[in-house]
Design a protein around this ligand. Structure first.
Ligand SMILES: Nc1ncnc2c1ncn2[C@@H]1O[C@H](COP(=O)(O)OP(=O)(O)OP(=O)(O)O)[C@@H](O)[C@H]1O
Ligand SMILES: [Mg+2]
Length: 258
């Protein structure tokens, strides 16, 4: 069993593009990492789509997952690796040591390809000795969501699924998804405070939860039902720095832990 005092935080692609929010968020991450072990996982969806556009490659999604041919995989890896270096540097600017990784680093996360989606994978195995060693090191680990397949080739992993795999592997006390909408919104655009499996299925069935939120909602339910202490979707992590959680705007997932 790895250190359970871990908070896994997934930082979404569109928020990354807001410079003021990004500065504020990374400063909060730096402060939080002085109190508890933080694992940061980031996406980069918007920037990947823009880079593909420039190459004349059309982005295509199936149930929120990006269809990834070989040319798209090269772009995904380039964009995410660059964003990763930027985030590490910016965190260090706030006085914390940080280190960038992907699932390919010592093969910490391996995945299997999802049929018909090209180089897209579903996380299959977290190498616990490798992950444990990495958690035991002082720098704050910052992951971009590329994993390896069984022969060492890259697979594009949705960053929510990547964060879920790491949170399950260490039975994290919390998993927090940061995204631009600030939570799951109902059909009237109002944030839903708590969601359990029946409500989630209802929202998916009625087309209220779609696209990227579909992946996030499924990952969130999976996490609470498999023993992650608490799972939130929100827009900022200030509530993790204070003891007053009631004032925060989050969508919290609840479920019967296994
Ligand atoms: N019911 C809903 N409530 C909120 N957002 C929703 C809902 N249904 C669909 N969405 C969409 O899901 C998007 C969030 O997922 P998306 O994958 O685009 O971002 P992300 O996961 O934060 O970033 P990245 O994929 O780059 O890591 C929102 O911007 C919104 O358009
Ligand atoms: Mg997403």
């Amino acid at each position: 069993m790895l250190d359970p005092n871990v908070i896994v935080i997934k930082y979404g692609g569109s928020l990354l593009e807001d410079p003021a929010h990004r500065r504020d968020f990374l400063k909060d991450i730096a402060a939080l990492s002085k109190k508890v072990k933080v694992v940061l996982v980031h996406g980069g969806g918007k920037e990947i789509t823009r880079a593909l556009d420039q190459k004349g490659i059309q982005a295509r999604f199936v149930d929120g997952l990006r269809v990834t041919d070989e040319a798209t995989m090269d772009v995904v890896e380039d964009v995410l690796a660059r964003l990763n270096r930027e985030i590490v540097r910016e965190l260090e600017g706030f006085g914390v040591r940080a280190e960038g990784y992907s699932g390919k680093s010592d093969r910490v996360l391996s995945a299997r390809p999802i049929p018909d989606l090209g180089r897209v994978g579903k996380p299959e195995h977290v190498d616990l000795p490798v992950f444990g060693r990495l958690l035991a090191r002082p720098p704050l680990p910052v992951f971009y969501s590329v994993a390896v397949d069984s022969v060492g080739r890259s697979l594009n992993i949705n960053a929510d699924d990547f964060a879920l795999a790491l949170a399950l592997a260490c039975r994290a006390q919390r998993l927090v998804f940061l995204t631009d909408s600030g939570g799951v919104l109902d059909s009237a655009g109002k944030q839903i405070p708590t969601i359990d499996r029946p409500l989630s299925e209802n929202l998916i069935g009625s087309g209220v939860i779609t696209g990227g939120m579909l992946v996030k909602a499924r990952a969130s339910l999976d996490a609470v039902e498999k023993g992650v202490g608490s799972v939130d979707i929100t827009k900022n992590i200030k509530y993790l720095l204070t003891s007053d959680e009631t004032a925060s705007a989050v969508t919290r997932f609840t479920g019967q832990a296994a």
